[in-house]
Ligand binder design. Structure first.
Ligand code: RP5
Length: 175
């Protein structure tokens, strides 16, 4: 790493960081340079719009935006850039993320946001989706993604083998 950031991770509050760190961890794993920022669609709209509109000229290729409650961050960011924007709804609040999911996913036609699942799985997948976008033009990333899937498969196979060893066999031949 140490190069100019290719992915911008923006979140509405520092309280989103423990979840959005999942996206950052994936980018670290794939050695994709990224930048993390806190900017809110409602609390700091001017800074948010500036971040979005300046991203492309700074060399950013993909933006990941995570926010909770009335989560307009990803949509507002998408309105100021033609870079792909991936939205991550945060859990919490009275509706535990369903509000953020609807606010993020229900974009009007013309301004798309690629919305992931609520919470940590969504943030992790946002990181992976960003890598997949970058992999379209970086073959080493495409190769790393294939290896990542192979490793997941191997890990699951290992867990299944462990389970088979631990479990007493339930099959009994009554004959
Ligand atoms: C949203 O409001 C943030 O993205 C966060 O998920 C939620 C609550 O923010 P805090 O009150 O914890 O700063 O804008």
């Amino acid at each position: 790493m140490g190069n100019a950031p290719q992915v911008l991770i923006v979140m509405g509050s520092d309280s989103d960081l423990p979840i959005m760190q999942e996206a950052a961890d994936i980018l670290l794993q794939f050695q994709v340079p990224y930048e993390m920022r806190i900017a809110s669609a409602h609390r700091s709209p001017v800074r948010t719009l500036a971040l979005a509109s300046e991203a492309a000229e700074r060399g950013i290729k993909v933006i990941i935006a995570g926010a909770g409650m009335a989560a307009h961050l990803a949509g507002v960011v998408a309105s100021k850039t033609v870079l792909p924007v991936i939205g991550v709804p945060m859990p919490g609040g009275a509706l535990n993320g369903v509000d953020a999911l609807y606010a993020t996913v229900q974009m009007p036609g013309g301004i798309p946001v690629a919305t992931m699942a609520i919470g940590k799985a969504g943030a992790k997948n946002a990181g992976l989706f960003a890598v997949q976008v970058l992999a379209l033009t970086e073959s080493s990333l495409a190769e790393a993604l294939v290896n990542f899937r192979v490793a997941m498969d191997t890990e699951l196979e290992q867990k299944d083998a462990d389970l088979q060893r631990r479990q007493p066999s339930l099959s009994c031949d009554k004959k």
